[in-house]
Design a protein around this ligand. Sequence first.
Ligand code: NAI
Length: 461
Amino acid sequence: MANDYIVKDISLADFGRKELDIAETEMPGLMALREEYGEEKPLKGARIVGSLHMTIQTACLIETLVALGADVRWASCNIFSTQDHAAAAIAAADIPVFAIKGQSLEEHWDYLDKSFMFAEGPNMILDDGGDATLYVLLGARAEAGEDIIPVPQSEEEAVIKAQIAKRMAASPGWFTKTRDAIMGVSEETTTGVHRLYELQKNGQLPFPAINVNDSVTKSKFDNKYGCKESLVDGIRRATDTMLAGKVAVVCGYGDVGKGSAASLQGAGARVKVTEADPICALQAAMDGFEVVLLEEALDADVFITTTGNKDIIRIEHMREMKDMAIVGNIGHFDNEIQVAALKNHKWTNIKDQVDMIEMPSGSRIILLSEGRLLNLGNATGHPSFVMSASFTNQVLAQIELFTKGDNYDNEVYILPKHLDEKVAALHLAKVGAKLTKLSSEQAAYIGVTPEGPFKPEHYRY
Ligand code: NAI
């Protein structure tokens, strides 16, 4: 169908294509999969709903899925993360895409719905944060007359329910039929994976899922080294503030927190960390960061949440911060910062995704991306190279679920270690890394084979 897209400006397609051409030179894993599987087309017959930040890097993922035979329809998983030129390039390539930077929440769920509208219905989901999976499962529950399970981002609940009601009225039985046709889902991020394990625990997962996040070549690279580059990029593009010498607080020292703290440290900021997990707190201390309570560090200049948890920076914290403190989140959802509690304060919009908010005391904070992930809202997300590793895992997961789905139960799986090692191997040449080959005697001595896998399952990297 021609014009089967919603983008900001289709005339941005040429610019998008030029950046896509550059991205391809930085995404060796995806290009190697095109080479390896381009002729065989293992995804022929796959009709994939994609719900993932519509960036240049994602455009390269989408075109890889198409090169491997898939039909694809795409929506962004966040209202601020789309790069409009990337969406335009995908639309111009006749791939249906529904994504605009700065779309409303209503549009967000409407566009997600549109990404499901294959003539023959979808049979695969590629998710980031779990919204596409959530949409189908909540809708099917509503059709069965069951209570809709609570939605984590509560202020979105009414919008989601309205969108589900609209689809139920337009196409009775659609959610149940769609749920039953889905062969599997591959999930990109920590927060979405958390939702999948909850569904599995409650016996509510109706299809197999692959947890892409916990491939080592995803969470130990994208979450860490990706944020190391993109966090400070977002703060700088938003504020142009001098970071050297400033005090920054990073809430959470998991993979994203480690990358974020390193990002700010690299910019010359003095970094403090808050943690709830003693192991991560000890790691932060031994990496040289002061581990503090947020309440004791409210005189800092920059505050970043990275926890995937809710209510981390609360209204009482923001009221105590110094004038012009910068507040932002790089975790998946906006509920890490109590933005809703700021609604009746005075907001001054500085520019897109940057607001100055006045507290009752008269002091102001600068809030980035309304509390949504700032590296994608205020900048362009992670660089292509690290996303190549993440997305190579995504494509392998889609191939696995689509071609060998019968081998899987309705549970959450991780890709086998030999594929994780393969993803890393595909990225070595680009950085000029040379791999040492084990002799068969050496391999036997440490209990592996010279071809790998090189570590036991319990190894933590
Ligand atoms: P993680 O589980 O490795 O780390 C989160 C850390 O936060 C944990 O160590 C936990 O103990 C800590 N934490 C939880 N509650 C806390 C509290 N109240 N105070 C202080 N610390 C607390 O998760 P990961 O992989 O680091 O992901 C974090 C979030 O970032 C998730 O929502 C994930 O989906 C998202 N993400 C965002 C990316 C981006 O580009 N913006 C990239 C990858 C992940």
